[in-house]
Design a protein around this ligand. Structure first.
Ligand code: ADP
Length: 260
């Protein structure tokens, strides 16, 4: 590593950041932010120095997911310091604006805000910056994928057909801008009852695995629909940090292994 990753070839590499990975989904609510956060902590548990950039301008999740309420400090006129959660550096538009105020920005404003969050934040030396992308495959996402020197993209999908069709659009979008697809994660793959531990395939399962195979993309793993994943997120400590030895955390660790 450390050499000419794909991001170097795309120009505009960010000094000190070795590789930038986007976590994307075709639509909202599939667990993209949950996956981005847990993937970041799973990578950190592998000994990497990691940052998270919450690029979901319209619905930033990281402040709540990571229990961060402080305002980032300015270092000088040009640069601000990221916040930190459990050893991972984090930047989110949610730290800078009123979380209650609806964001009605137009595409170009979103892209310029994100470019600033990427380039004017003192990330320091990072092995990996995980970018939680805005959901969808529209112009904003496309421009973002072009402007951010991405090493690759992880696509999150639920097993449902609709989500898979959307995920397919996500794949096509990244292919269009020559960003390698690192693989597909199936989230909410099956339900594990917190009381009896029994597994139920609520949405049907294996859809993402088949789709990944069909598209020639890597299948990075199944994340169960589990109450503890939601509860830990809501309380500001993602499952990989809160219950590192649980099967749910291990599912995310496996995704990280696939990405590495
Ligand atoms: P997105 O970023 O795709 O909009 P989120 O990561 O915000 O989705 O997840 C949406 C909601 O579903 C959140 O409340 C989150 O805690 C919950 N959630 C996501 N993945 C799981 C899972 N595997 N098990 C249980 N709840 C989940």
């Amino acid at each position: 590593g450390g050499g000419a990753g794909p991001q170097q070839a795309r120009g505009g590499a960010i000094q000190g950041i070795r590789s930038i990975i986007a976590v994307a989904s075709g639509k909202g609510g599939v667990g993209k932010s949950t996956t981005a956060a847990n993937l970041a902590f799973a990578l950190a548990r592998n000994g990497l120095s990691v940052g998270i950039l919450d690029a979901d301008i319209y619905g930033p999740s990281m402040p709540r997911l990571l229990g961060l309420t402080a305002k980032p400090e300015a270092i000088d006129e040009k640069r601000i310091k990221p916040l930190e959660a459990h050893g991972v550096k984090v930047m989110s538009i949610g730290f800078l604006v009123d979380p209650e105020a609806p964001m009605i920005w137009r595409g170009p404003m979103v892209v310029s805000a994100l470019t600033q969050m990427l380039r004017d934040v003192a990330w320091g030396d990072l092995d990996v910056l995980v970018v939680d992308m805005p959901p969808g495959t529209g112009d904003t996402q496309l421009t973002l994928a072009q402007n951010v020197p991405l090493a690759g993209a992880v696509i999150v999908s639920t097993p449902q057909d609709l989500a898979l069709i959307d995920a397919r659009k996500g794949l096509a979008m990244f292919e269009k801008v020559d960003v390698p697809i690192l693989g597909i994660v199936e989230n909410m793959s099956h339900f594990v009852c917190p009381h009896c531990g029994e597994r139920s395939d609520v949405f049907g399962t294996g859809g993402a695995r088949h789709e990944a195979e069909r598209l020639g993309a890597r299948f990075l793993g199944e994340i169960p629909l589990h109450m503890a994943i939601r509860e830990r997120s809501d309380s500001g400590t993602p499952i990989v940090v809160a219950e590192p030895d649980s099967p749910q955390a291990r599912a995310f660790m496996d995704v990280a292994t696939g990405v590495l």
